[in-house]
Write a protein that binds this ligand. Structure first.
Ligand SMILES: *[C@@H]1O[C@H](CO)[C@@H](O)[C@H](O)[C@H]1NC(C)=O
Ligand SMILES: *[C@@H]1O[C@H](CO)[C@@H](O)[C@H](O)[C@H]1NC(C)=O
Length: 549
């Protein structure tokens, strides 16, 4: 029983604690420079900001609006990639109004825009192809009378241009869809703009992967780095080695990606100009592989006896390489991209050290106690195997650090350290192309607006020549899966990854954090309006709030 006095004291104490709490938050926000309301940017809600933009003080109403192929276009109505995109963007711009057709304005006159003509200018539109690191993603957009024109050499640029066009459309005060007269000329600063998702620590249902590919397209990302397997589980259903997922997945039927699932992810990505680069990380991070493939992993020893536990892939058995040859032959046919990511990070040598057969092999090879040499021996053989499948490869930076001989077109993935760092200098000095992830580990979360930290990174901010800087082809935001599954993946990733998207797409001098805040706030609300639960940047509201699932 609490007395009235005690109760009053309790209320006072609570009020005091709350006051403290709010003060504390205010301080944090001031530090982060975030106590401000959203203001209108002259670039409205364009994200990432195009290379050249000119928006005029002249608006058109979109009435009986259509997206059509230009007569001169090399990709006609037979290009299902474009037809699909027209449908998608029409839906985003006009939503449910689609069924009735867009609202007809009672006023008719010269201020109506009725058509966007899409003109693929190169003879080969690449409509039926796959995007690659050399794809032309440029486009030019002119919004003017009598019709708007989107010109792009290839379909990839047209996809980006459609997204940009949709970002220019707004509702006037009467709810009519409008767009201002605009001229845009655009292309990406970096060719490789990726998102890494991890479907091993937690299984990610197909639906959440597809939703994120869709959101990637809204942010002009073009690489889905699918960290598909790891120690924890092996959800990839291999036709050649079905026992890998049968034994290694969290569940052999409900927690796997069938060949049809993988096909769907690849095609869904292609239709949005997104490459799917799978990662099959070895020789470490392979505990789940061992469950379905006998003798693949190294038996660890405790004294003179096997301990019953297993370490990295066993590099001294011929059967290991027979397995890898067959496995990567399958991978090379399942995934059409020119690259596969081969991992090669964080190899723990303890188990190798404990195993007498490995010791013997080390002696024979004259490696002494240098286990990096053994790791390199394995990786070298693996790279040779993958080369025979006519694929290029990406690898984590350790493989380069250990001095493994790499093909000239290898992409070295930098993940250790802070911003753009000296590792970038070393890799590019050696003549290899590189991508940056070190400052963009989005699985690390914190209070307040950490997107600003990602936004402020300059990928070329390392000591090196102009030639070296040209070897930086982009970067990836990584969302590792220890604490992430379908329940929290999307809001954790967006709009934080959008900061990386603009850094990798827009011009180097696009660094105004206040303008970014204003545009990103509206962009985030647009993602929400499109059904994506992207988390807020700060106290505010969206015209159309997320309605839940
Ligand atoms: C669009 O045009 C209207 C005039 O019709 C103008 O008031 C507005 O500022 C323009 N918007 C932008 C972003 O320039
Ligand atoms: C493994 O392969 C090498 C090279 O092909 C061969 O010389 C060696 O005898 C093989 N070892 C075993 C145990 O089969």
């Amino acid at each position: 029983m609490i007395t009235a006095l005690k109760f009053t004291l309790l209320l006072l104490a609570l009020a005091f604690a709350q006051g403290l709490h709010y003060n504390y938050i205010d301080e944090l926000d001031k530090e982060a420079g975030t106590v401000r309301a959203v203001q209108a940017s002259q670039y409205v809600s364009l994200w990432p900001l195009p290379q050249k933009v000119k928006i005029l003080d002249l608006s058109f109403k979109l009435t009986s609006f259509n997206i059509v192929d230009a007569k001169e276009s090399s990709a006609g109505s037979s290009c299902s990639l474009l037809q699909d995109a027209y449908r998608r963007y029409y839906e985003y711009m006009f939503g449910i109004a689609k069924r009735q057709g867009p609202r007809k304005s009672r006023l008719t006159g010269p201020s109506e825009l009725t058509e966007l003509q899409v003109w693929i200018t190169s003879p080969d539109s690449e409509c039926d192809g796959y995007p690659s690191v050399t794809s032309d993603e440029s486009y030019e957009l002119s919004v003017d009378l009598p019709y708007a024109v989107l010109k792009a050499p290839k379909v990839w640029g047209a996809l980006h241009g459609l997204e940009t066009f949709s970002q220019l459309v707004y509702e006037d005060q009467y709810g009519a869809k409008s767009i201002n007269s605009t001229a845009i000329s655009d292309f990406p600063r970096f060719a490789h703009r990726g998102i890494l998702l991890d479907s091993s620590r937690h299984f990610l249902p197909l639906k959440v992967i597809l939703a994120n590919l869709e959101t990637m397209a809204m942010n002009k990302f073009n690489v889905f780095h699918w960290h598909i397997v790891d120690d924890q589980s092996f959800p990839y259903l291999s036709r050649t080695f079905p026992q890998l997922s049968q034994q290694g997945a969290y569940h052999p039927y409900t927690h796997v990606y069938t060949p049809a699932d993988v096909k769907m992810v690849i095609e869904f990505g292609r239709l949005r100009g997104i490459r799917v680069v799978p990662e099959f990380d070895t020789p470490g991070h392979t505990q789940s592989w061992g469950k379905g493939q006998k003798d693949l992993l190294t038996p660890c020893y405790s004294g003179s006896k096997p301990s019953g536990s297993f370490g990295p892939v066993n590099p001294i058995l011929n059967t290991t390489y027979d397995f890898m040859s067959q496995f990567f032959k399958e991978i090379s046919t399942v995934f059409p991209d020119a690259y596969v990511h081969l991992g090669g990070d964080e190899v723990d040598f303890t188990c190798w050290k404990s195993n007498p057969d490995i010791q013997k092999f080390m002696d024979q090879q004259g490696y002494g106690q240098d286990y990096k040499k053994l790791e390199s021996f394995y990786i070298q053989k693996l790279l040779d195997i993958v080369t025979t499948t006519h694929k290029g490869y990406m690898i984590w930076q350790e493989v380069f650090d250990n001095g493994v001989k790499l093909k000239p077109d290898t992409v070295v993935h930098v993940w250790i350290g802070g911003g753009a760092n000296e590792e970038m200098g070393k890799v590019t000095a050696a003549g290899y192309t590189t991508i940056l992830s070190a400052p963009w580990y989005l699985d690390y979360i914190s209070y307040a607006q950490d997107w600003q930290k990602y936004y402020k990174v300059e990928p070329l901010d390392f000591d090196g020549t102009e030639e070296q800087k040209k070897l930086v082809i982009g970067g990836e935001a990584c969302l590792w899966g220890e604490y992430v599954d379908a329940t929290n993946l999307t809001p954790r990733l967006w709009p934080r990854a959008s900061a990386v998207a603009e850094r990798l797409w827009s011009a180097k001098d696009v660094t105004d954090i206040n303008d970014a805040f204003n545009r990103l706030s509206v962009h985030r609300c647009r993602m929400v309006a499109r059904g994506i639960p992207a988390e807020p940047l700060f106290s505010s509201y969206c015209p159309r709030e997320y309605k839940g699932i």
